[in-house]
Design a binder for this molecule. Structure first.
Ligand code: MRU
Length: 352
């Protein structure tokens, strides 16, 4: 892939600015935990796994700041709270925060100095990034076999290299399926209102030389009914233990349409996106974003002044509409609770 979504360089975190793609390819330098939280909030970096990676670096920066603070504990906790509140739905944020906070507590308890702990947390953030990339590749491999040869793959939002440390989850499956020689046309929903499909997925795939057809979200049902699509593959922001899946708004209607057309509907996500603490999708917090994402297009007002807006960033697809959940540790099939618990077993972060 010809781009880096996030990279640690010269003592800072560098993020590819996803607000500006595809028009401008620019990076933003993040030098503090607070800047990391702001970048996540403003969607300079987005996509659940990439948010988790950025949060991990944010906490490494917090540990560095804490080492210089008069009250290190207080400074670190303030950074944790700011990062935690940046975006509520992607559970990878909580997962990364808890992982790094646990590591810090253990090192301090063992007598480590604040400076040494800060160095160790930076190493841990590098590890989170490396593990994410490995997970994406494994998801791609595990999912490629599920993709029917010779028909279309439809995806929603951007669950690609831009939403992860690289390669992607849903787009990882697309890459692996095509790489294995399957002949599949790729279709991408534009993904109103933030247009992740139009602005990011189309750009990312074309960067890799993968042809892609863009469609308005409202055309997905008729595309599915036409028989041109062999499967739908989407990412996830949080998967409850019964398999209910929160992902970019528009995923639920896509799953309904796929179900009506008899097209398999696959969710691709790393185990860090599975939230065993949430029994069902009803327990997943859904972020609501600003009205201007709907009333404006590229900065220009398109809706009447004074209109009220409903703008949830995510929706929940019930488990019954999901054919399989592809993780780096294997493919979960219904009933999901048993399968997801088994796949998560070795991950203590989710045992709560
Ligand atoms: O609001 P976003 O762009 O962060 O939403 C992203 C999605 O919904 C993705 O599908 C999800 O995070 C999975 S990314 C591998």
């Amino acid at each position: 892939m010809g781009f880096r979504t996030l990279e640690w360089r010269d003592g800072a975190l560098w993020l590819l600015d996803q607000r500006k793609l595809p028009g401008q390819v620019e990076e933003v330098r993040v030098r503090s935990a607070s800047e990391a939280a702001q970048a996540i909030l403003e969607m300079v970096v987005r996509g659940a796994p990439a948010i988790g990676c950025a949060a991990a670096y944010g906490l490494a920066l917090a540990a560095r700041e804490a080492a210089q603070a008069a009250d290190p504990e207080r400074a670190f906790l303030a950074a944790v709270e700011e990062l935690r509140g940046a975006r509520p739905t992607a559970v990878n944020l909580r997962w990364a925060i808890e992982r790094l906070a646990r590591k810090r507590a253990a090192l301090l308890q063992a007598g480590g100095s604040h400076a040494a702990v800060a160095d160790a947390l930076l190493e841990e953030a590098h590890q989170v990034l490396a593990e994410d990339l490995a997970a994406c590749r494994a998801i791609g491999k595990n999912g490629a076999d599920l993709v029917p040869d010779g028909s279309g793959i439809l995806t929603h939002c951007n669950a690609g290299g831009l939403a992860t440390s690289g390669y992607g989850t849903a787009l990882g499956i697309v890459r692996a399926a095509l790489g294995s020689g399957k002949k599949c046309a790729v279709y991408a929903d534009e993904t109103r209102p933030w247009l992740q499909g139009a602005r990011l997925t189309a750009w990312e795939l074309l960067q890799d030389g993968i042809p892609v057809t863009l469609l308005p979200d409202v055309a997905a049902a008729s595309l599915l009914a036409s028989g041109k699509v062999g499967c739908v593959v989407v990412g996830a922001d949080r998967i409850a233990r019964n398999g209910d899946t929160a992902n970019k708004v528009g995923t639920y209607p896509l799953a309904l349409a796929a179900n009506a057309a008899g097209v398999p509907f696959f969710v691709a996500a790393p185990i860090s996106t599975v939230d065993l603490r949430a029994a069902t999708g009803r327990e997943i917090p859904i972020e609501e974003r600003g009205a201007e994402e709907v009333t404006h297009l590229a900065g220009a007002r398109i809706a009447a002044e004074g209109v009220r807006v409903f703008n949830p960033a995510f929706d929940v697809t019930p488990a019954r509409l999901i054919t399989a959940i592809v993780t780096e540790r294997g493919v979960a099939r219904p009933p999901y609770e048993q399968a997801l618990r088994a796949l998560s077993l070795t991950d203590q972060a989710h045992a709560g």
